[in-house]
Design a protein around this ligand. Structure first.
Ligand code: URP
Ligand code: ZN
Ligand code: ZN
Length: 458
């Protein structure tokens, strides 16, 4: 029993054509025109609609223990929200505590993730350097299907690493053909500014942003790039938010260094006036790096268009206002950092990127699926419409429209940072793992149907 999608406009990172696509037993089995349906096929008429490879979000945090609480979506609810928006696979971050075994943390993440409704993979965060770290990293790459490592230059005193540790991690990753990813902010300076602001009596959410200004991201990005250059390690910079970081990446890429970058819809579409909302509402936007002042957003769009940045992820890490963000009512340093986003990544990028003429459709597919699949060792199984690829398909109705709201979203979170944003275009059907998991607004996911994706070095 297969699924035959007829007469759609098929769009990949490279090509656009009109035709049919048939999936059987979880894989794409045929592409062409006038494909015949088998008697028991489900046939979907995609006339007037686009057919994309399923979205891949390579930066999410489901059920993450962080800042004294746990991110509000678990692997089931978070991947379900993703499916509702056209994202059919994710890469989450295993984050061991300082001093903890990477492999013990991996076992804990596997236990949490096996309820995923959609396919998932892991990056491994290396949060400290010790005698066994190199061997754990080797096992991640060579045995566990985890060829990418996350490092935090922020969050000093918790999961952040210092420069000597970062150098060891890069050297080791280089030997393993792994890819280092980095959260780039000057961690020590952030702590200093946080403490200074609090000592001056500035405890409101907007001071979170004041304690993490863009130059601190620019400096850390340039420093990480320099360490990667000296260790000859490729580098992927997560959640790039500002012109200073873009300049550092542009300089490196201009020299031919293997540096890649990702941004997220919140950094493209919001500015720091969100922190001025009354009654602690600004806490919903407390994330790191913070939302930037006006002036940074258009350069980020330009970086996507020009290829300076290659990926749009979400950094999905939701915390409820009630009971979680409230922990920092009297001290912005205690507001858990993060927000929800996985459901609306495609709709926001399509509406404000493609329809506003900032991106073309092939770039849209590349940014939301294909490039991450290539960089992180999942291509062509993910991110492509080719025979043999996984049957992860989005039929996208360009005539659909909506308004984002926490009252209707699938995130398990009481706020949506895009509340009231209009969207045009939406998935009409989402096939994930060969099954129709979303159709015409009806989410039909199955707990535990997602598979762990072992990745390869690229
Ligand atoms: O504020 C954020 N971004 N929370 C999630 C953890 C991280 O830094 O990516
Ligand atoms: Zn981060
Ligand atoms: Zn993150």
């Amino acid at each position: 029993m297969g699924i035959l999608i007829k007469n759609g406009t098929l769009v990949t990172a490279l090509d656009t054509w009109t035709g049919d696509l048939r999936c059987v037993a979880g894989s794409i089995q045929a592409l062409g025109t006038d494909l015949e349906a088998a008697a028991d096929d489900t046939v979907i008429d995609a006339s007037g609609q686009y057919v994309f490879p399923g979205g891949l979000d390579p930066h999410v945090h489901m059920e993450l223990p962080f800042m004294g609480t746990i991110s509000a979506d678990d692997f089931e609810t978070g991947t379900a929200a993703g499916v509702a928006g056209g994202t059919t696979s994710i890469i989450d971050f295993v984050i061991p505590g300082r001093g903890d075994s990477l492999l013990d943390a991996l076992a804990a993440w596997h236990a949490k993730a096996d309820k995923s409704v959609a396919d998932y993979a892991f990056h491994m965060a290396v949060t400290w350097w010790g005698d066994e770290t190199a061997e754990w990293m080797r096992r991640c790459v060579q045995e566990e299907g985890i060829p990418s490592f996350k490092t935090f230059m922020a969050y000093r005193g918790a999961i952040g690493v210092d420069d000597p540790e970062l150098i060891e991690i890069m050297r080791c990753a280089r030997e393993l053909d792994g890819l280092v990813t980095v959260h780039a902010e000057h961690g020590d300076m952030v702590v200093d500014l946080q403490n200074k602001l609090m000592a001056e009596g500035h405890s409101a959410p907007k001071y979170h942003a004041r304690s993490r200004p863009a130059p601190l991201e620019g400096e850390a990005t340039a420093r990480a790039i320099m360490l990667a250059r000296m260790t000859r390690e490729p580098l992927y910079v997560v959640h790039v938010t500002c012109v200073q970081a873009l300049n550092a990446i542009a300089e490196a890429r201009g020299r031919g260094q293997a540096v890649y970058g990702e941004t997220c819809p919140q950094y493209l579409l919001l500015d720091d006036s969100v922190y001025d909302q009354p009654d602690f509402a600004g806490a919903a936007y407390v994330m790191s790096p913070p939302i930037r002042p006006k002036g940074h957003q258009e350069p980020l769009w330009a970086a996507l268009r020009s290829g300076l940045l290659q990926v749009v992820a979400t950094d999905h890490c939701p915390f409820n206002q009630a009971g979680q963000k409230e922990m920092g009512k009297d001290d912005f340093r205690l507001i858990p950092n993060g927000a929800a986003g996985i459901q609306h990544r495609l709709a926001l990028l399509y509406t404000y990127g493609v329809l506003e003429g900032r991106l073309d459709l092939n770039q849209f597919v590349d940014l939301t699926s294909t490039r991450a699949a290539k960089l992180f060792g999942l291509y062509p199984r993910k991110g492509s419409l080719t025979v043999g690829a996984d049957a992860d398909i989005v039929v996208w109705d360009p005539a659909a429209s909506g308004t984002i709201s926490a009252s209707t979203h699938h995130h398990r979170c009481d706020r949506n940072i895009f509340e009231g944003f209009a969207t045009k275009g939406a998935p009409s059907t989402v096939v994930a793992g060969g099954r129709i998991q979303f159709q015409d607004g009806d989410l039909r996911v199955e707990r535990g149907a997602g598979r762990y994706l072992k990745r390869t070095t690229t």
